[in-house]
Design a protein around this ligand. Structure first.
Ligand code: ADP
Ligand code: ZN
Length: 437
């Protein structure tokens, strides 16, 4: 199928060998430029490497990984490859432990970043006549300004609504005839709930047609639900502050994995334990090298996100590799009685039940020196919470399906809609109250 509608046609339709040649050239330039960074100059020296050792992407494994800890250790400006007077903005991700991480951008970096976001939005059919409403928090969180600049560059009328205040968001949808929305998946579901309470039917009362959802892991069924609720096409959007923010990888209209822009990044997937590359198609940790960044290039950055490269070519004509939806972060993995479990596995089971709403909470507790998991999940509006026998049967069925998936038997509690805490930003899915030994 051909859409004939690329934002950067030459780059988006580059052949694999064209991508390889461009990457080799940009990688060499990046590594040379990194020698202006006190951090990388020292690193290279320590392992006896010189920029001349890196000639093509195949040589990349000679370079040591960069980690979040490195960013913390060099906080705030120690990794930058340019003097501060070249930098025009910084973003920071909230550090729960120790120093936050800071990412610096030059004017050229911001321009490249907004081009990447514009390219993503154009790919899914956004055009200058669209009205784009961004429900992300602005400020340090990159989902705000990142989408803002990209949407403006594409030429849409942008509504920087910011996070929260759902009634006002909905008023803007209807009054301004918003057609494109950016929201995290948990918030998209929340918007629909409030619409229902207000008697607003998104298909009848709004012009919504495209939704960019990302920033947190979500299952294919969750996406489908959101699409059905709001009457939109929802496209998975992946990004992280260290890699600029949104615009790293995005689904095309085929909705079969997220194209990662290989003129910006070199992608590797490694085993999170051995750090060796995994064979194509297998799940591992995503490692990214920026190859067109000026202020703060990062070499082989360990993202902690788990995913895989999808095999085969995409019918859209773009040859840039596709990432599967994120399975979670290696540090989100729950280890319960020696079994490794990702919250997304649980979500995938839950979202297969039409009686269940989208909010759930996994609690891990210690009772009599044994660790247990409880899954609280909200029932959909309209399900009779007094039909004891039906709910008991449903609970049992969910426990059985969860056991098949995660190999342990959790306790499942079906709770009425609205009983679980609502979070302002990314949804909190796991509460770990286990005794630490
Ligand atoms: P923080 O590290 O504080 O969450 P970011 O806003 O940079 O800061 O979040 C980036 C992270 O969000 C990614 O590393 C990934 O774990 C998650 N993420 C972003 N987009 C997606 C997506 N489409 N699907 C799943 N997870 C995502
Ligand atoms: Zn595609």
């Amino acid at each position: 199928m051909s859409y004939g509608e690329y934002y950067n046609p030459e780059i988006e339709t580059l052949s694999r060998s064209g991508i390889g040649a461009l990457q080799a050239e940009r990688l060499r330039a990046t590594v040379r430029h990194c020698m202006n960074s006190p951090f990388y100059a020292k690193r290279f020296k320590e392992c006896g490497l010189t920029p001349d050792d890196i000639k093509s992407p195949a040589d990349i494994t000679k370079i040591p990984f960069t980690t979040k800890q490195d960013l913390r250790d060099t906080y705030p400006f120690g990794i930058a490859s340019v003097p501060l007077d070249k930098c025009v903005r910084l973003h920071s991700s909230s550090g729960t432990t120790g120093n936050p991480t800071v990412v610096l951008h030059s004017a050229r970096d911001l321009d490249n970043w907004s081009t990447a976001v514009a390219r993503c939005l154009w790919m899914v059919g956004c055009r200058p006549e669209d009205v784009f409403q961004n429900t992300s928090g602005y400020g340090m969180f990159t989902g705000g300004l990142g989408f803002q600049y990209g949407a403006e560059k594409l030429g849409m009328l942008t509504v920087p609504a910011g996070a929260g205040n759902t009634l006002r968001q909905i008023k803007f949808f209807t009054d301004l005839r918003t057609t494109v929305v950016h929201a995290i998946p948990s918030y998209a579901a929340r918007i629909f709930e409030v619409m229902q309470q207000q008697g607003i039917d998104p298909r009848r009362d709004t012009a919504l047609r495209i939704l960019a959802i990302g920033a947190e892991p979500h299952s294919a069924d969750t996406r489908k639900r959101i699409e059905d609720m709001l009457g939109v096409k929802a496209y998975n959007s992946f990004g992280m502050s260290e890699m600029c923010g949104p615009g790293v990888a995005f689904e095309c209209k085929e909705q079969n994995g997220m194209h990662i822009w290989e003129d910006y990044y070199i992608v590797e997937i490694v085993d999170p334990v051995t750090l060796e590359p995994v064979p194509d198609g297998e799940v591992g940790e995503l490692v990214l090298t920026t190859i067109n960044r000026e202020a703060m290039p990062l070499l082989r950055y360990r993202t902690r996100d788990l995913t895989r490269i999808l095999p085969g070519e995409c019918p859209c004509g773009r040859k840039h590799k596709r990432l599967d939806r994120m399975k979670g972060r290696s540090d989100d993995m729950i280890i319960l009685r020696g079994v490794n479990i990702f919250p997304i596995q649980i979500e995938t089971v839950l979202m297969g039940y039409e009686e269940l709403a989208s909010d759930y909470l996994i609690t891990l507790e210690t009772l009599d020196d044994n660790d247990f998991m409880t899954v609280d999940v909200e029932l959909r509006e309209g399900i009779n919470v007094d039909d004891y026998n039906r709910l008991l049967k449903l609970e049992k069925d969910i426990v059985r399906r969860l056991h098949d998936e995660i190999l342990i038997t959790p306790k499942v509690r079906l709770v009425p809609k609205g009983s679980l805490p609502v979070s302002e930003g990314k949804a909190v899915r796991v509460k770990d109250l286990r005794k630490q030994y």
